[in-house]
Design a protein around this ligand. Sequence first.
Ligand SMILES: NC(=O)C1=CN([C@@H]2O[C@H](COP(=O)(O)OP(=O)(O)OC[C@H]3O[C@@H](n4cnc5c(N)ncnc54)[C@H](OP(=O)(O)O)[C@@H]3O)[C@@H](O)[C@H]2O)C=CC1
Ligand SMILES: CC(=O)N[C@@H](CCC(=O)OP(=O)(O)O)C(=O)O
Length: 342
Amino acid sequence: MMSKTKEVAIVGASGYSGAELASLIAKHPNFSLSGCYVSEQSLDKNKLLSQLYPEHGVLLDTPLLPLSNSAFAEINAQADYVCLCTDHEVSVTLAPKFLAMGKRVFDLSGGFRLATNADYEHYYGFSHPSLQWLEQAEYGLAEWNAKAISQAQLVAVAGCYPTAALNALKPLKQAGLLSQQQIIINAVSGVTGAGRKANINTHFCEVSLSPYGLFNHRHTPEITQYLDHDVLFTPHLGNFARGILETIYVQLNPEVTHQQVAQAYQVLADEPLIRLKGDQLPSIKGVVGQPFVDIGWQQQGCQLIVVVAIDNLLKGAAGQALQCMNLAHGLAPELGLNGVWS
Ligand SMILES: NC(=O)C1=CN([C@@H]2O[C@H](COP(=O)(O)OP(=O)(O)OC[C@H]3O[C@@H](n4cnc5c(N)ncnc54)[C@H](OP(=O)(O)O)[C@@H]3O)[C@@H](O)[C@H]2O)C=CC1
Ligand SMILES: CC(=O)N[C@@H](CCC(=O)OP(=O)(O)O)C(=O)O
């Protein structure tokens, strides 16, 4: 039986993740775009989304509406799901308003992912304004939390770097193969990871390859919290548009065999959006424009190096948000994603 269509409002639709999500919704058999919104002061308000992203053509001939009082009323009347593709501090103030309307909210920011207000003060630099919703939010790491996501009113879609790291490491953790040693994660992201707004540090011509956020990046507590293991995470900004590659150094327990490692990854073998590559190592080129997580690994004694790659705007943001919405609507998680790369 065909499921009823759900109407989806996208706030922050002119940004990189919002536009990617709008294009996925516009093509989806069971979702339709109820409206695309930007801030009231936006320089892009009332433009067509296709003017900003001509590569999507008429598919995104939809206006970017200012998020005014009348827009809130319109969303209240028309939308079933609201996706927040906005900065963390914007999301934490907007989400409670849409939740109070009874909407299901999918937040792509980090505003509802961490456990405590102290985490927000330390890693995000603000005091969380909505602790009761922080408590109720479910973590949108689709392969690992599907049941909770399917029932949640608020889904905190997992961060881009954590999505790669957690899918690479949770199988090993679950199988009890990790030693107590800290895991080292070296990650590199393309420039779209920093969003669309102009900034000298992320100006494409200024970027070569450089680390940032040493010891204090907000994805360190996110990975630690959902892996339940200590990690040393160092992101780098690379001079390419999209994609994330992480090289992860793991110390295994004594006597862990190659077969045990391969067996541990079998927990993900049937997941349609995970590609286990064994000793073939993933690359950015292999995942750009695709909804997958590619995971490869090589082992020498107790040392294991895991390499994982995703497209930051698909599996790292819009693709995973769509997976979560599919789960919420009782659909196959990969619906509307299996064809995006063809
Ligand atoms: N880029 C990525 O790879 C990933 C991003 N994310 C997260 O997703 C969120 C969006 O990221 P990204 O797409 O990169 O960001 P962008 O900076 O590209 O886009 C932000 C969007 O929010 C809009 N906006 C800003 N302020 C408001 C407001 N007060 N009300 C309504 N809309 C507003 C902007 O439009 P305007 O300013 O014109 O109003 C724009 O449409 C962030 O929280 C980010 O951390 C998550 C995973 C990966
Ligand atoms: C290259 C770059 O700047 N990347 C961003 C992470 C991407 C992102 O927006 O983070 P979330 O997944 O938590 O929302 C950063 O390091 O802050």
